[in-house]
Design a protein around this ligand. Structure first.
Ligand code: HEM
Length: 149
C-alpha cells in the first residue's frame, strides 16, 4: 500500500493508465498480478521445485506479452521497502523443514486425500496457508543421532 504524494499517473505493463491524485492511497497486489499469473508462470498453483531455473542450473527468464520481466516473484516486496527480514525468514523456514525431517518419521493419515487449496483470505499475511489441516502422524526417528544423545 502506498500513499500518493503528488498528482501523477501510473501505466501498467498492459497499457492501462491510472490517474492518481495527491492524497490517494494505492494498493498493488503482486501475488495475483505476477506470482499467480498463468500468463507468466505455467501452472502457478503447482509446486515445481525447479520453477525458477533452467535445466543447466542458470536462472530462468520470464516474459509477459513478449517483454522480459524484471520482477517475476515478489514475496518480499520490491525496491526500497523490500523486506529486511527475508533472509531470517527463509532461514527459519528451511531450518524448520530440516529439523522436522531429520528428527521425525512423518506419514500422511490419508494418502489419498487431495492437496487442499490455499486459503485466499490469508493473502498478504506471509506464507500461504491451506484451507484445512493436513493430518499426519509423526514419531521420533529411531536413527536420530541428535535425539539419542
Ligand atoms: C515469510 C515471512 C515474511 C514475508 C512473506 C514478508 C514480506 C514482506 C513484504 C512483502 C514486505 C514489503 C511491504 C511493502 O513494500 O509494502 C515486507 C516488509 C518488511 N518486513 Fe517482511 N516478511 C516476512 C518476514 C519478516 C521478518 C521475519 C521480519 C523481521 C525480522 C520482517 C520485517 C519487515 C520490515 C521491517 C519491513 C518494512 C521494510 C520497509 O518498509 O523498509 N519481515 N515484508
Amino acid at each position: 500500500v502506498r500513499a500518493v504524494l503528488e498528482d501523477t499517473s501510473l501505466r501498467t505493463s498492459t497499457g492501462t493508465e491510472f490517474t492518481l491524485r495527491r492524497g490517494d492511497r494505492v494498493a498493488l497486489f503482486p501475488h495475483l498480478s505476477v506470482q499467480m499469473n498463468p500468463e507468466i508462470h505455467e501452472e502457478p498453483h503447482k509446486f515445481k521445485y525447479d520453477r525458477f531455473v533452467n535445466p543447466d542450473g542458470t536462472r530462468k527468464d520470464f516474459y509477459r506479452n513478449g517483454k522480459k520481466l524484471k520482477f517475476v516473484s515478489m514475496p518480499w516486496g520490491a525496491g526500497v521497502s523490500t523486506c529486511p527480514g527475508r533472509f531470517f525468514a527463509s532461514a527459519e523456514m528451511k531450518l524448520f523443514v530440516f529439523l522436522m525431517l531429520s528428527h521425525f518419521d512423518l506419514e500422511l493419515v490419508d494418502e489419498e486425500e487431495e492437496i487442499p487449496a490455499i486459503d485466499i483470505s490469508r493473502w498478504g499475511f506471509g506464507t500461504m496457508q491451506p484451507v484445512r489441516d493436513v493430518r499426519f502422524r509423526h514419531r521420533p526417528r529411531q536413527d536420530d543421532v541428535v535425539t539419542a544423545c
